[in-house]
Design a protein around this ligand. Sequence first.
Ligand code: ZN
Length: 286
Amino acid sequence: MIRPIPAALLALCLAGPAHAEEIGECLFDRDTLTFAGTPLEQATCLLRKIELGAVRKPQPLPPVIVRLMREGGAPSPAMKAAAIAAFPEPYRAYAIQHADAAVSQTEEGLPLLYFVIHDTSTPFYAHEPFPKRLNADWKVNAFTPYMDGTFAKAPVAHIFLNRVGQIWAGHEFQEGWRATKLESRVVGSRARGRFVHIETVQPRRFLPGATSRGQTEGPKPGFTREQYRMLAALYVYTSARAGRWLIPAQHNTVDSTIPDAHDDPQNFDLKAFGKELEKLVGKPKG
Ligand SMILES: [Zn+2]
């Protein structure tokens, strides 16, 4: 989700860098820039279901994610090629051009580790209904607001993925970029490069009777099949370039317990993501 910085966060900032400390429900360690536990435990915490009002609930991980987190390693060249082949043009050509480039790392040399899924919460329809043909709506699918400085001077994430599966890269994955409060307001520039950020287009409107941008809902279903396909392809592609299976995460679980944490992604169907991932990396055996 994309919104201006609320005042409460400034206070958090001014509190300044503290001693070693674990942040949020998934216990992010400021020193190691890592959430607590094994990759599987981290993914289990970071992929909890985000319900209305950012209520986080445990949910089972798809078997394919369990396997990748348990076994470790990296995507094979064939998996990487399949991911690239899944991309639509013109992003495919861009992905091929950068396919062998190193991905971001932190200033201390810690490698990229987290693949963070967001929803854009844009366009915002206030008290109006969502468009009837939501997925084909030109305004919903337009990349313009993410490009033209509406939200910030620079694109707020690495990737913008619309509802028909088109992809626009705001930053190449070589570039350390931040899109969570954990990175930008709590840890600071040391965290930059540890996370890649994928903004998935999903509009929002006020919940009945609501007047605050903290009380909004997305459509159901939240994302399209094309978006799950492309999220899976982006996950395999970035993991291949990183030389390791990245740990999938969501904006809200990364920022859990930080004041004014965004509640995205809403209506994210982890099973659907797992299904598309299986198509690229194969089903777990047994
Ligand atoms: Zn977000």
